[in-house]
Design a protein around this ligand. Structure first.
Ligand code: ADP
Length: 626
């Protein structure tokens, strides 16, 4: 059987290419500039291996010329150039990459940073041009040739004239339509912007003549127009420079400029990894949360560069959600890019880089926590909630990574402390905490007062996620967590426990009456000996604490989750004596009123709402007027 070759209609393929591979017209310039840079690279490489080939490095570069009248853009380079047959095969065969071939032929040179690989970039010029001409003279041939195509009916190659070797590409811009205006590509500021965005770190200068209005030195009233040649790209990326050669202010300026922040970053993280995957990273921790940070609009991601060319503005896969606040740039040659190089292919390399960045970020945050607490506090204020969310939303999967970075307010230290700091100075096996709206409000909680008087350190949880986070963590260094408003929290001695048990037993009928009044709102009513000054408190039994009930019920579509509440009354308070009397004297009506007031007082103390405020106020007034 004879094998036949596939035949393809190149016109159709070209059309498909232009319209489906690329989404962004600006990329045409990026591709042509990258090709020019590759061509110069090849020349530099060959001159290094071939003594006869002399190049003046200072003159190597790319020039862009705009012609508004004729609506053309020229991209000119003094690179290796193309012979007649190279023009034919490289620009006449879709998906043929002369650069890839060059790399293969010269594969001994690892640092040959050639950008091209797919053999399609050139054709992106037809996104903005109706006709493209390529005038080229190869270093290997004395003659110059002109390749021309309108992208529809193939191409022509004719012998031509050109003084120096290199390539000159002319784009004849498409006519404007109602939907697309191509004239913007003739404006110098558009070109400056595009080069800055995609090709800022091409290592050869990209030059363009720009007309500028100046004051006439002879007549200050008059303006004159002068043409100056500008270099549009900065060539060496700041992340490729050694850290010791870059001033802090340069990093800061780079950050504020690239990431549109008005404040300098809290921390600059420079990282360079070589091995399974090689990359350079320059990361920043902002000093404040962007206004939309905690909303759906916020997009996480790092800028992705490959070989000095910008590929993606925000590559989300490089950052885990809990570190979504990090801004920065990753530059790697190892990532396999999508053919349009507007995105990358999801691959192992990206995952490896992401994991390595994650470890680095965590390490940097930890060292900040240890050595630069003031700045860490600023960081935590802005992004602490995101770390907590990271633990909670992954059901604890990330707890090992993140729990060391958490801070909670300590009753003892009267400032934010880490779990580790708490554990290092504690006795016993329990980390105590209390939750509420603010530190001041928590301090006033009856149970908290009792625990503090017994010299316990308590973590005050003021963020709505805090308690959920501790529950997700479960245990920290083998210590369990306990809410001081939980029934199990009891610091009294065995004798005290015995005594109160007896008192409660003796009064169980009275409590039964009171429980009936509160009808399902509480699981029980009882005396306690743990309250010092307060007459009442509410505690909870089981998984849902009072604070969690509040949070869950405040959520949209929140289930009507209820904590199992127990109303505790201070056995030594005068009101305890009063209710005992009322019960003994058979004044059940009065006892009912007292019960309702006590219960609602306890709710108020806990920051829970009162279901029937009108009833409560009239009850209080009634008792006040007696
Ligand atoms: P790629 O750059 O991915 O290889 P292109 O379609 O952009 O693919 O270019 C095809 C080939 O044409 C390149 O590999 C290179 O060999 C050649 N080429 C393109 N532009 C130039 C140029 N300015 N100078 C020399 N050769 C070029």
């Amino acid at each position: 059987m004879k094998k036949k070759e596939f035949k393809a209609e190149s016109k159709k393929i070209l059309n498909m290419m232009i319209h489906s591979i690329y989404t962004n017209k600006e990329i045409a310039l990026r591709e042509l500039i990258s090709n020019s840079s590759d061509a110069i690279d090849k020349l530099v490489y060959l001159s290094a291996t071939n003594g006869e080939l002399k190049v003046n490095r200072d003159e190597l570069g790319i020039k862009i010329e705009l012609d508004k009248e004729n609506r053309t853009i020229k991209i000119i380079d003094n690179g290796i150039g193309m012979t007649e047959s190279e023009l034919e095969s490289n620009l006449g065969t879709i998906a043929k990459s002369g650069s890839e071939l060059f790399k293969e032929e010269n594969s001994d040179k690892k640092n040959l940073e050639i950008i091209g690989q797919f053999g399609v970039g050139f054709y992106s010029s037809f996104m903005i041009a109706k006709k493209v001409s390529v005038l080229s003279k190869s270093i290997n041939s004395g003659d110059a040739y002109l390749w021309e195509s309108d992208g529809e009916d193939g191409f022509t190659i004719t012998k031509s004239e050109k003084n120096d070797f290199g390539t000159e590409i002319t784009l004849y811009l498409k006519d404007n339509t109602d939907d697309d205006n191509y004239d913007e590509f003739l404006e110098t500021y558009t070109i400056e912007r595009i080069v800055k965005k995609y090709s800022d770190y091409i290592k050869y200068p990209i030059k363009m003549d720009v007309s500028v209005e100046k004051e006439d030195p002879k007549d200050k009233e008059k303006k004159i127009t002068e043409v100056e040649t500008r270099t549009l790209n900065s060539m060496i990326p700041i992340w490729k420079k050694k850290q010791k050669d870059v001033k802090d202010s340069e990093y800061n300026d780079f950050y504020t400029d690239k990431f549109y922040d008005y404040e300098k970053p809290l921390k600059v993280i420079k990282t360079e990894v070589e091995g399974m995957t090689s990359y350079q990273g320059l990361l920043f921790i902002p000093s404040h949360a962007p206004y939309n940070y905690y909303t759906k609009e916020y997009e996480k991601g790092l800028m992705l560069y490959s070989k000095g060319v910008m590929i993606m503005d925000k590559c989300a896969d490089l950052l885990p959600d809990y570190f979504s606040f990090v801004k920065g740039i990753v530059d790697s040659e190892d990532i396999s890019l999508n053919i349009s190089r507007e995105t990358m292919q999801e691959d192992k390399q990206v995952k490896l880089i992401a994991r390595s960045l994650e470890t680095k970020i965590k390490k940097e945050l930890q060292s900040m926590l240890k050595d630069d607490r003031d700045n860490y506090l600023k960081f935590y204020e802005a992004f602490g909630e995101q770390l907590k969310y990271g633990i909670y939303s992954s059901y604890g999967m990330n707890k090992e990574l993140l729990q060391d970075l958490l801070l909670f307010y300590s009753s003892k230290e009267e400032k934010l402390v880490t779990l580790d700091e708490y554990v290092n100075r504690m006795d016993g096996d329990t980390i105590y905490y209390a939750s509420g709206e603010t530190v001041d409000k928590i301090k006033m909680l009856p149970n908290v007062e009792d625990a503090i008087s017994k010299d316990k350190e308590i973590l005050f949880l003021t963020n709505y996620l805090d308690e959920f986070v501790l529950k997700t963590i479960g245990t920290f260094k083998d210590k369990k967590f306990m809410n001081v408003s939980d029934t199990n929290f009891d610091l009294s001695t065995d004798d005290e426990k015995e005594a109160i048990k007896k008192v409660n037993e003796d009064n169980k009928d009275m409590f039964k009456t009171m429980e009936d009044v509160l009808n399902n709102q509480v699981k029980g009513v009882r005396f306690t000996n743990r309250l010092k000054n307060h007459p009442v408190c509410l505690i909870s039994e089981g998984d849902v604490s009072l604070e969690m009930e509040k949070v869950l019920n405040a959520m949209p579509n929140g289930d009507n989750v209820k904590a199992n509440k127990i109303l505790e009354i201070n056995e030594n308070a005068s009101v305890a004596k009063k209710i005992k009397e009322l019960y003994k004297d058979g004044k059940t009506d009065e006892l009912e009123k007292y019960t309702k007031i006590l219960y609602n007082q306890a709710r108020l103390i806990e920051g829970l709402s009162v279901e029937n405020p009108t009833e409560l106020t009239s009850l209080i007034c009634e008792i006040m007027s007696k």
